[in-house]
Write a protein that binds this ligand. Structure first.
Ligand code: PLP
Length: 280
């Protein structure tokens, strides 16, 4: 693992970085970003830094020093000597309980988990989980739109899905509309139109989806944000989970329902995502 500390310096990964009263640990009070390092270069850095700033504002955290963090990202990416893909994390917490106003931050790079490459290659099965979230009444204090460090609910949902024999999950709102996976956004293709859940419904605005939509615009593929139901997904020409490390994983099965693969469409989303993350 590579670690770059809040002074922008490489740090021994065996050396502790946090104090016992860091609010990131005590309350999960902070935000983070995870981005892909491929061929020695961190991908979609600008989009991730913009979301870090947006997330910090949502949590009323001190504004991140983007220039310094961007330099630390470069230091970390340059130090990543692994031959495979790397997972670069920026962690930004409210800092110590005993020292208000001084955020803690650091950057790490570690190998991308194998399951990401498998999901990209083989697709995934997903369990539908209903969340008590009304898409017409999203409370700002729920922080649904921030990539908050308090992630235990997401990992619990994934453990639950795995225990039932599924690779991943898709949350549905209390009104039965599709929200997101605990670690990815959902995009579906209907008659050539890429469709994603509106960000205002209380999901994380994904950098991968944003980049996919930009690539689709360049390629002349129409895109939209619209509410979808599981019934809609069952009739789609393809459904994908999108995230920074996995990129695009086709949803093969949703609960008991095997999703059809429309052969001439199946490659479209992975191709556009790859193109999007390959741009300089
Ligand atoms: N939604 C949730 C809840 C996530 O945790 C993530 C990524 O971890 C995403 C969506 C996808 O975001 P991105 O494409 O920026 O990785």
């Amino acid at each position: 693992m590579i670690v770059v500390d809040g002074d922008g310096l490489r740090s021994d990964p065996g050396r502790p970085l946090l104090h016992a009263d860091d609010l990131g640990v005590l309350h999960g009070d902070g935000v983070f970003e995870t981005m892909l390092v491929r061929d020695g270069r961190a991908r979609l850095v600008r989009r991730h830094l913009a979301r870090l700033v947006d997330g910090a504002a949502r949590l009323d955290l001190p504004e991140p020093d983007v220039e310094r963090i961007a330099r630390a990202v470069e230091t970390a990416q340059d130090a990543w000597s692994g031959t495979g893909d790397g997972a670069l994390r920026i962690v930004y917490t409210r800092g110590r309980e005993s020292d208000p106003g001084s955020p803690t931050w650091f950057v790490t790079v570690s190998p991308v988990p194998e399951r990401a490459a498998i999901a990209r290659r083989d697709g995934v099965t997903v369990l539908l989980l209903t969340r008590a979230q009304d898409p017409d009444a999203v409370a700002p204090w729920e922080l649904a739109g921030a990539k908050a460090l308090s992630y235990a609910r997401n990992t619990a949902a994934l453990r639950h899905a795995r225990a039932q024999g599924f690779d991943d999950a898709i949350y549905l709102s209390s009104t039965g509309t599709v929200l997101e996976s605990p670690r990815a956004n959902v995009v579906a293709l209907f008659d050539g139109v890429l469709t994603a859940t509106p960000a205002a419904d209380g999901i994380l605005a994904g950098t991968t989806q944003e980049a996919l939509y930009a690539a689709a615009d360049r390629a002349g593929v129409p895109t939209r944000e619209a509410r979808m139901t599981p019934e809609d997904l069952r009739g789609a020409d393809g459904v994908w989970l999108l995230s920074s490390l996995t990129l695009a994983a086709r949803v093969r099965r949703m609960g008991d329902f095997v999703l059809a693969e429309t052969p001439n469409r199946a490659g479209l989303v992975p191709k556009l995502v790859t193109e999007a993350i390959t741009r300089p």
